[in-house]
Design a protein around this ligand. Sequence first.
Ligand code: URA
Length: 234
Amino acid sequence: MRLSQILFSQGFGSRRECAALIGHGEVQWAGRTADDPDEEVATDGLVFNVQGRAWVYQAHALILMHKPAGYECSQKPRHHPSVMSLLPPPLRRRGVQPVGRLDEDTTGLLLFTDDGALIHRLTSPKHHVPKVYEIEVKHPLDDDQIARLLGGVVLDDDPTPVRAAAVQRRTSFTLSLTLTEGKYHQVKRMLAAVGNRVEKLHRSTFGALTLPPDLAPGGWCWVSADEARALGGA
Ligand code: URA
């Protein structure tokens, strides 16, 4: 693929802006500064550098963020900044979107991609992708609450019960809960339905992916091809 086309596909601006970046000596690959926008470059495993930052060529972007509290997942946030503001401009420009949503006060693993089919696959209730939430609650947990979360509770907008695929009580006030669907405020509403209240909510895993322990809130990283395959993304 032509180098200027590669930059264009990866979100570095219009074709003209991408050619200008190369013309101004701001793009390096294979250890040298590029000067020809029309140079043919193999994209397989390509790592290139733009204005001092390294990028890996990805036909489709798939990234994992440690969502901090205080950010909305909406593209048009109302009360808090959007999680999109935590991403660098090339990723925003190539149209990545959050895969599902986390509430403003929820922290943890949030995926982004520009692959619409993958978003559909990962968020469709038909595919039962498990997500694990770490929860702190207001009132002590009892056996009845755990049994009802596993057995199924009815939420206010649908008579069909929703159930947790797994529940692990960690302490009297903390538990982890695995869900394979993603209804609006589902964890908070399920805990409310059994007479408790969520005080803190953190998503630790999404499908086969776990939040890397060294990824600080607000940070992001690429999902590797192997991880993407495990997720059903390749
Ligand atoms: N369930 C909720 O209630 N909130 C989230 O952010 C995610 C799952």
